[in-house]
Design a binder for this molecule. Structure first.
Ligand SMILES: [Fe+2]
Ligand SMILES: [Fe+2]
Ligand SMILES: [Fe+2]
Length: 404
C-alpha cells in the first residue's frame, strides 16, 4: 500500500530516537544538523545541499546504540574506536533507498581532513568533514559549556588548533565567523533548537511512500534498538514478523496488517533512552531503574506522535505493554481501551520474550512458551482469541520467531 508522508518530518522525528542515546544530553543530532547547516549557509550553499546536510547530520550517529559509546563520543575530541560507529552507521544507511546516498559521508564522519585518501570524492569529503567539525563543536560545547565568551573562545581555539589536520580550513573559518554572534549559540539550547527546524519541516512536501520503503526505514531503527541488547539482536524483527502473521490470521485488512508490522518494528524505540547498565542488568532493579524501563513505550509515543500519518501506529506502540486487566504500563489501560492491533503486538512481544528470554535462561520450547501465554490468558492479561490463533499455528509461529 501507499502512504502519504512528509519525509522531512519522518526523519526528524525518528532521529529523536538516536538523540535519546545521549540520555541526559539529548538532541545531539539536531544540534549537529543546525551547526552544519549554518556553516553551509555561510559558504553560500544552495538549499538542496543544505537539505541533504541536515538529514545526514540528524542521522550521523545511527551507528551508536550504546550509552557508553555515546559518552566516549562526547568526552573525547578523538579516540581510537571512533571508526566503528561510522562503519556501522554506513551499513545501516545503505539498506534504505531514501538514505543510501548518505552512507559514504557517514562512513567518513570521523576522518581527519588530512587523512583522506586521494581517491575519495571531493563532495563526500567536504560533507563528511562538515559533519565531523559540527559534531566536535557540539561535543566541546557539551563538555565545557558555551555560555560565557571565554568558553566560546576556547571552543574556537581548539577547532583552529586542529585545522587543517582534522578540519578543512574553509569550514573552520566559516564556523569562527558565524560563532561570533550570541544568536548562533542561543539556537543550541534545548528549547530553541526545535524552532530552528520548524519551518523547514512544515515546508517539506507530502510524498507518496511505498510500504517497502517505510518498512526499510522502520527496520533500520529496529536494528539500532536491537543492537543495544546483544543477546536479543533480532527482537523487534521477530515481534514484527510474528505480529504481521497473526494479523493475517485475524483477517485484518492489508493496511491494518502493514500498520501492525511497522508498529512492531518500532515498538521498542524508546529503549534507546535506557542506559545500557539498566537495560542489561541481571539482578533486581531499583525503583529508579525500573521507572526508566517502564517509560519506553511513552518515549516512543512522543517520537512517533510527531509524524502525521502515523497515528494508528503510534497508538499501537504506546500500548505494547498494556494488559487487559489494567496491570500493564504506562497507562494501566483496561480491556475496553486496548484495540485489537495493540493486543496483537502485545501478545507477539510476550511470546518472543518468552522464547528468547535472556542469556541466564535456556530458550523455551514452542509448547512451553504457549503454556505461559495460556497462563496469562487465564489471568486475563492477554487476549484469548489471539493466543488461540497461536495455539492453532504454533509451529509456524515458533518458526517465525526463531527465523524472522
Ligand atoms: Fe555525533
Ligand atoms: Fe517493550
Ligand atoms: Fe519488545
Amino acid at each position: 500500500m501507499y502512504y502519504q508522508l512528509n519525509l522531512r518530518e519522518l526523519t526528524y522525528a525518528l532521529s529523536y530516537a538516536l538523540d535519546y542515546v545521549g540520555i541526559d544530553d539529548i538532541m545531539h543530532g539536531k544540534r549537529v544538523a543546525y551547526i552544519a547547516c549554518e556553516i553551509g549557509k555561510k559558504l553560500g550553499w544552495r538549499q538542496s545541499k543544505l537539505d541533504k546536510v541536515m538529514l545526514m547530520a540528524m542521522l550521523h550517529d545511527c551507528g551508536v546504540s550504546s550509552t557508553q559509546i555515546h559518552r566516549s563520543i562526547i568526552h573525547h575530541l578523538d579516540w581510537e574506536d571512533s571508526q566503528v560507529h561510522c562503519a556501522k552507521g554506513a551499513t545501516l544507511l545503505k539498506e534504505v533507498p531514501l538514505y543510501s546516498d548518505f552512507a559514504d559521508v557517514i562512513a567518513f564522519h570521523h576522518t581527519h581532513w588530512e587523512h583522506f585518501l586521494p581517491h575519495i570524492d571531493e563532495e563526500v569529503k567536504l560533507y563528511a568533514n562538515l559533519i565531523y567539525l559540527s559534531d566536535r563543536i557540539d561535543a566541546l560545547r557539551s563538555q565545557f559549556g558555551a555560555h560565557l565568551s571565554h568558553e566560546k573562545e576556547y571552543i574556537r581555539t581548539i577547532i583552529e588548533q586542529q585545522t587543517p589536520s582534522m578540519f578543512a580550513p574553509k569550514l573552520s573559518e566559516a564556523f569562527v565567523h558565524i560563532s561570533q554572534t550570541n544568536l548562533f549559540w542561543y539556537y543550541l539550547e534545548p528549547e530553541a533548537i526545535h524552532y530552528y527546524f520548524r519551518d523547514w519541516i512544515e515546508q517539506g512536501e507530502i510524498q507518496t511512500v511505498t510500504f517497502d520503503l517505510l518498512k526499510k526505514i522502520a527496520l533500520m531503527f529496529a536494528t539500532i534498538v536491537d543492537e543495544k541488547i546483544p543477546d536479543q539482536k533480532r527482537h523487534a524483527l521477530s515481534v514484527a514478523t510474528l505480529a504481521r502473521y497473526i494479523a493475517g490470521l485475524c483477517e485484518l485488512s492489508l493496511r491494518e496488517q502493514e500498520g501492525i508490522e511497522i508498529a512492531a518494528l518500532l515498538h521498542d524505540l524508546g529503549k534507546l533512552r535506557i542506559p545500557d547498565d539498566t537495560l542489561l542488568k541481571m539482578t533486581s532493579l531499583t525503583e529508579e531503574e525500573s521507572s526508566q524501563i517502564k517509560r519506553h513505550g511513552f518515549d516512543a509515543q512522543i517520537i512517533l506522535g510527531q509524524i502525521k500519518g502515523f497515528e494508528k501506529m503510534t497508538q499501537i506502540v504506546s500500548m505494547h505493554h498494556e494488559m487487559l486487566d489494567a496491570t500493564g504500563y504506562p497507562a494501566s489501560l483496561g480491556e475496553a481501551k486496548i484495540p485489537l492491533e495493540a493486543r496483537i503486538v502485545s501478545v507477539a512481544n510476550t511470546f518472543v520474550n518468552l522464547i528468547h528470554q535472556d542469556n541466564m535462561h535456556p530458550l523455551l520450547s514452542a509448547k512451553e512458551a504457549y503454556e505461559a501465554l495460556e497462563a496469562m490468558v487465564g489471568e486475563h492479561k492477554l487476549d484469548a482469541t489471539i493466543v488461540h490463533k497461536i495455539a492453532v499455528h504454533l509451529e509456524t509461529c515458533y518458526e517465525k520467531v526463531s527465523h524472522p
